[in-house]
Write a protein that binds this ligand. Sequence first.
Ligand SMILES: NC(=O)C1=CN([C@@H]2O[C@H](COP(=O)(O)OP(=O)(O)OC[C@H]3O[C@@H](n4cnc5c(N)ncnc54)[C@H](OP(=O)(O)O)[C@@H]3O)[C@@H](O)[C@H]2O)[C@@H](O)CC1
Ligand SMILES: [K+]
Length: 518
Amino acid sequence: MFRGAFCIFIIDMKVLSAQQIREADAYTITHEPISSVLLMERAAAECAGWMVHTFGEAPPPFYVFCGMGNNGGDGLVIARLLRDQGYNVHAYMVHHSATASPDNLANQPYVQDVQSIYSPADFPLMEATGVVVDAIFGTGLSRPVEGWVASILHKINDGYGRHTIVSIDMPSGLMADSVTGHAACVHANYTLSFQFYKLAFLLPENAARVGETVILPIGLHPDFINNVETKYHVVDPRIVKTIYQPRDPFAHKGTYGHALLVAGSYGKMGAAVLAARACLRAGAGLLTVHVPQRGYEILQTAVPEAMCETEDQPTAFSAHFHEPFKHHQAPGYATIGVGPGLGTAAATARALEKLMELYHKPMVLDADALNMISEYPFLLQKLPKDSILTPHPKEFERLFGPKEDQFERLELLSAKAVELQVYILLKGRFSAMACPDGAVYFNPTGNPGMATAGSGDVLTGILTGLLSQGYTPKAALLLGAWLHGLAGDLAADDISEESLIAEDIINYLGQAYLELRK
Ligand SMILES: NC(=O)C1=CN([C@@H]2O[C@H](COP(=O)(O)OP(=O)(O)OC[C@H]3O[C@@H](n4cnc5c(N)ncnc54)[C@H](OP(=O)(O)O)[C@@H]3O)[C@@H](O)[C@H]2O)[C@@H](O)CC1
Ligand SMILES: [K+]
């Protein structure tokens, strides 16, 4: 079902730091109890099993590069397990440090013919069809990799495209919780990571290093996992299935709210149409769309299910408050989505200000609504509590200022959600959704085909439709982002990422809902 970077067997929603993962490791060893060397055996067996499952039919030669810590220990056990099953395995020890960890040492006697690497000259020739297993560094990486060891990582990368590169737990060289920058780092095709996502995997700058991530369960102790506190989470199918509320058999259209969308301007009516269709497909009971007069026929023809209000202006919304949009009626709507294709005229910004003064329930603000707020920052203080803002990275930067580094940007995202008491969805491959309590959730669904015009308008429509039905803002946000990505994944499965257009996301929304019932 999942496409792109994430293949999920079982996951824990929490994203832990390298330090917390070490604590989980130690807690499990003490409380299961299990010896650390057996925990390593369990982790390596999961990796070896995945490799047999993935490559077993036409067995390639495996080239296993081990470091001297426990990541290297995993590599030694993987080499032994694959050999035991009859595979052609070449094992190497990269001597980056003077001493090996105890569990690494404990495994060395059980793997014969390990070739030592002390310099780039020792790097082996490898068959093009080979699988390179990168077990040099994991969560114990404490500083950028430099010198001849960096050259080894570069040499592994030189084979990218010829070999399949599988990194164990982390691509070697990647820092789990801080900036890797331009330091040497393996670029993996697959990263087999233990039990938890690492924050670094979820940042766009690391996508090419991490490749496709496979989270393997290794039985870390559930008590630790349940009690450990973390700010970062990844949304998973269990949580969205809990949020999803099947329809009441006695429902009528009033049960699911009357939403208002304020969208569209001359030349941008498509944004209004997409948002409106998505809002209805997401399940809003009734929808009114406020558009400019010249967009009336377009909207009524393209979305006959919606009611339409018009404004005698080139933008949907102006400070002239032309009939029939009556600001004083705004509070009657279950929710309001503002922004797609709206334009940023000063009169429109004044109308937005007035709307925010009159409307106190959570709204959805996207695109030009956010651009107007960036232009008139005092509007930030007028946001109704618990509203949802959905900026892409450029809009985020215009709203809250630039940040060089993605970790700092995440911190800023969380801090702004707390300060303004709103939800902020920062769009990306793994959209990051910050809540008013500071927690940040990453959405794993979606694919590169969704980087297409109108995709954001569809998201605005979905979120407005879910709020309209009575989902809480947090529920609407997590469920909406999931459904949006999943609909895109289902569409791409049928028609390819390249051909996917925003309309397709709407058309597959129904199938995405059906997936939640499975
Ligand atoms: N969590 C779990 O539940 C489980 C975890 N497991 C596995 O343990 C892994 C973590 O193991 P780990 O702590 O031994 O660290 P690891 O990544 O092998 O690196 C440490 C070595 O690297 C060295 N070193 C560091 N930076 C360096 C640099 N820049 N350049 C050069 N050297 C550098 C450092 O030596 P130093 O020179 O700093 O003294 C040390 O020798 C984890 O990723 C997972 O694979 C599983 O086995 C079982 C369950
Ligand atoms: K590794």
